[in-house]
Write a protein that binds this ligand. Sequence first.
Ligand SMILES: *Cc1c(COP(=O)(O)O)cnc(C)c1O
Length: 227
Amino acid sequence: MAIESNLRDIRDRIASAALAGGREPASVRLVAVSKTRPAEDVREALRAGQTVFGENYVQELVEKAAGIQEAVEWHFIGHMQSNKVKQIAGLVSMIHSVDRLSLAEEISRQWGKLGCCCDILIQVNISGEATKSGTSEAEALQLVRAVAQLPNVRVQGLMTMPPFFDDPEAARPFFAELLHLSQLIEAEGVPGVEMRELSMGMSGDFEAAIQEGATLVRIGTSIFGTR
Ligand SMILES: *Cc1c(COP(=O)(O)O)cnc(C)c1O
């Protein structure tokens, strides 16, 4: 029950934030972050019409997905070790957290074995915090160019995690910077690369992210409760 009403509330807030930013509500997709939550919570969200779910840990995702019969669009959003890619090949439809060429190469290799292509986002560490994953802003274009050469991945956009602030307005400049970077990369016209997705915004700051152009918001706590 709580999950259903939380989802309704979040969808309303997403729509309001989009309209406030002069955007179509349908241009923002909700990724329900179900990490650490049981499969039953995912099922409850599915019954409430949620279809896209984000997970951070390979083992947890594989086990959870095995217990769910319904069609789920899984997105991998956490830090990824290359040696674990094969466990989720074909299972996830998007990986948000590609921050190095060696990882993209492994994703391409594993999806290639299946004869298909994986949609990926390049994770950028806009704030430059040492504790955060992501390629630096300065190296993002170079990484995009290198990844674009790989046969079985498709770059669809960028992802970022700003520093944590109590005030969501403090995160806004980091979201604006990611949009700016995606426009710079788009302008380079790298063959095969699209900059149509911006994955940014979590429970505490998704409205600011949407106003700055987010197309994918990753929300856990506000849907499933505190972890
Ligand atoms: C956990 C997590 C989220 C969701 O965070 P909430 O604050 O619970 O909404 C979003 N993105 C990433 C990468 C995460 O690890």
